[in-house]
Design a protein around this ligand. Structure first.
Ligand code: GDP
Ligand code: MN
Length: 396
């Protein structure tokens, strides 16, 4: 689950990370109130207006702007609210801005230069360990840094047995070129950030930029957070962080039925029991000349009701030209699943795409017979390759 910058910052603060303070609002009038309140709290005389959407690159896309007066706060908030913000992460259609964060300006002049760093905590799936990735060249051009000067991106691997160690945090601060008070502050920052990542069961906690202010403070100017869906049950209070206006409507619907669905761009819908089998099935579709329209794991209990809901979900995608059902009958019996498919076909009246069903395992032969006898436009197979060939023919 992705969350907004302002929500991530609130979490960071609760773990002791210093942040660029801000107040989230949905109207230009409230933006002005928020700016006044921030002036009272922080003494700031300038503000940044930041579009709250689930995508990065907002600065370059025109979704982050500096306001030097309350009047400007109002006009800029008015301009950003409601806009369809296009960034290199949104796709060409962009994302509608429903809320803006009014934040204190933290790039104020002082005795030293401000400096932007990059820091992200994430899971390195290759090693199965958390890593802290960081760079002395943070800011809006981080993709360019990774592309052109990858030697400026550092990684620190965390040993799960002992956790983040003091020498590691000091090494990070040192590699960022810090010394004195800023070095000490960075060590604290790294520990607090890592605690936030672990404490929230995040899969990613990215801060870009981490800022060194002109008076040597280290703080988080941005936050990009992904929380592990499979750990959300441990944090019931995070439910309210979900913003379904940022999510794919079909995925939102699928979650209501506990179906593990991810929308993709292809034309062959698939319904499979088990995530591994689902991925193998998607490969088979691709090799047979089709393109998967989705990932869908109906789970171990593929009963008639779930099969029907799964069909309804897949059919909401107008790109779907055929559906491949691939069920392995281990605990479930194939004839029961076959009956579920026949029932679903009769209950849903807008199925006008061919359905290819491959059942393997317990009572596979009985299941195939049931489907062949049903008289419906459903093609059955027992071998996966036969099913894939059918898919290939149908999409052609
Ligand atoms: P992103 O573009 O979506 O990653 O949004 P960020 O929150 O990272 O902001 C983008 C850029 O806006 C930062 O890299 C800064 O250059 C600029 N910015 C953010 N906060 C301030 C601020 O308080 N004052 C000034 N002058 N610029 C800021
Ligand atoms: Mn950023």
């Amino acid at each position: 689950m992705n969350i907004h910058e302002y929500q991530g910052k609130k979490i960071l603060k609760s773990f002791g990370v210093r942040i660029q303070e801000g107040i989230v609002v949905a109207t230009p009038e409230k933006a002005v109130d928020a700016a006044k309140e921030l002036q009272k709290q922080t003494g700031t005389g300038w503000w940044v207006i930041k579009a709250q959407i689930h995508a990065g690159g907002r600065g370059k896309g025109g979704g982050v702007k500096l306001a030097k007066s309350l009047n400007e706060v109002k006009t800029i908030a008015d301009q950003i609210l409601g806009m369809q913000l296009v960034t290199h992460q949104t796709g060409p259609e962009g994302k509608k801005v429903n809320k803006v964060l009014i934040a204190q300006d933290v790039y104020y002049p002082g005795e030293s230069e401000t400096k932007e760093y990059y820091m992200g905590v994430l899971l390195d799936r290759a090693t199965g360990r958390n890593i802290i990735m960081y760079s002395p060249e943070g800011g809006v051009d981080i993709e360019g840094v990774a592309e052109n000067t990858p030697e400026l991106i550092f990684k620190e691997e965390i040993d799960p047995k002992v956790g983040l160690q003091g020498f590691q945090a000091r090494k990070i601060a040192f590699n960022l070129g810090l010394s004195g008070a800023a070095m000490k502050d960075m060590v604290k920052f790294v520990f607090a950030l890592y605690a936030a990542y672990e404490g929230t069961d995040a899969t990613m906690f990215e801060i870009n930029p981490v800022l060194k202010t002109s008076d040597h403070k280290i703080l988080a100017v941005d936050s990009k957070v992904n929380l592990d869906d499979n750990a959300l049950f441990r944090h019931p209070d995070y439910k309210e962080l979900r913003d379904i206006t940022e999510e794919d409507p079909i995925e939102v619907e699928a979650r209501r039925f506990d179906l593990n669905y991810v929308k993709l761009d292809g034309n062959v819908g698939c319904m499979v029991n088990g995530a591994g089998l689902a991925m193998a099935t998607m490969d088979m579709i691709k090799m047979s000349g089709g393109d998967p329209a989705n990932f869908l794991d109906v789970g171990g209990t593929a009963n008639a009701k779930r099969v029907e809901e799964a069909f309804r979900i897949i059919l909401k995608d107008p790109n779907v030209k055929a559906i491949l059902v691939n069920i392995f009958g281990g605990i479930v019996r194939c004839d029961r699943v076959a009956q579920g498919i026949v029932d679903a076909y009769q209950n849903i009246d807008n199925i006008n795409v061919p359905i290819i069903v491959r059942l393997q395992g317990t009572n596979a032969v009985e299941g195939k017979e049931l489907i062949d006898k049903s008289g419906l436009k459903v093609f059955s197979a027992i071998a996966l390759q036969d099913a894939a060939n059918l898919v290939g023919e149908v999409v052609k």
